[in-house]
Write a protein that binds this ligand. Structure first.
Ligand SMILES: Nc1ncnc2c1ncn2[C@@H]1O[C@H](COP(=O)(O)OP(=O)(O)OP(=O)(O)O)[C@@H](O)[C@H]1O
Ligand SMILES: [Mg+2]
Length: 265
């Protein structure tokens, strides 16, 4: 299963990915979490590379463009995925492997095409690893859709906050994703404080024919975890956001549109 997670800036993509990856790993599956953001912070959200004083002490290596060859049917790895994991992954709590896409090393170095192609190639080659759950944390820009970074994902989750500009970003990305071969595109609502927030997102999804897979409430514990540079899963393991993410993770692997989220309210 290959899951890509997108949405407007700050919607909660990284919080979702970091928590979901570790929850899945706790069930005994191999999990690969890919930081597909050129401003990377998935490792920090998973409790890797942040010292007790909040200073970064260790980071994943970036995947180099040299791992990829360009073919007519898209980019492909020049080595197998296990070699990539061995050479480039950091291991996070619960045994999650973290890979990080290439990031700008210098100003004026040009577009990030090759970095996107590398992520696409890793996802493509994970087809041969059916017992692995891969979670790709994308950047806010819809460039991952124009570059086909997530073209080999099985599911694209769009994280939506209950306000117009966030929903508009989701609408545009859902529209683009509908033209891809990604089999399932669904919304996860986040930072919902009121029943009206949930209803706004339900109404948006119904109007645009997009599946609503789950609702995550607003929780100050998420901000407290950030402030303490502690993963949400360690800070508030039995809290409402972790529970709601666990429910979404379960639904992702069930076929077909899920019913709308009475349970998550
Ligand atoms: N359910 C929630 N309740 C309260 N705050 C939240 C919730 N989910 C995420 N946040 C906060 O929102 C902010 C952005 O979260 P996060 O970094 O996960 O978003 P993102 O979509 O990955 O952002 P970016 O677009 O920069 O990659 C963080 O301060 C996080 O603590
Ligand atoms: Mg992020």
């Amino acid at each position: 299963m290959k899951l890509a997670v997108a949405g407007k800036g700050g919607a909660g993509k990284t919080t979702f990915c970091a928590t979901a990856a570790r929850l899945v790993a706790r069930t005994g599956r191999r999990v690969i979490a890919i930081d597909g953001d050129t401003n990377p912070n998935l490792h920090a959200a998973m409790g890797v590379g942040v010292g007790a004083d909040g200073a970064t002490i260790d980071e994943p290596l970036s995947l180099p463009a040299s791992l990829v060859s360009r073919r007519f049917d898209g980019p492909a790895l020049t080595v197998d995925v296990d070699t990539v994991l061995h050479d480039y992954a950091l291991v996070a709590p619960d045994g999650v492997f973290i890979l990080r896409m290439g990031i700008p090393e210098h100003p004026d170095e040009g577009c990030m095409c090759s970095a996107h192609a590398t992520v696409s190639a890793v996802l493509a080659d994970l087809d041969a690893q059916p017992d692995t759950m891969t979670i790709l944390d994308l950047e806010a820009s819809p460039e991952h859709l124009s570059r086909g970074t997530a073209r080999h994902a099985d599911v694209l989750l769009l994280i939506a906050e209950p306000y117009f500009r966030s929903l508009e970003a989701v609408r545009l990305q859902a529209q683009l994703a509908a033209e891809t071969t990604i089999g399932r595109v669904a919304v996860v609502a986040n930072k919902c404080r009121t029943e009206a927030d949930v209803m706004a997102i339900e109404e948006f999804c119904a109007r645009h024919g997009i599946e609503l897979l789950g609702v995550l409430p607003w929780s100050d514990a998420v901000l407290d975890a950030d402030a303490a540079t502690t993963p949400l899963l360690d800070h508030d393991e039995v809290g409402p956001v972790v529970s709601a993410i666990a429910a979404v993770v379960e639904r992702i692997e069930q076929p077909g549109p899920a019913t709308i989220n009475e349970m998550a309210r």
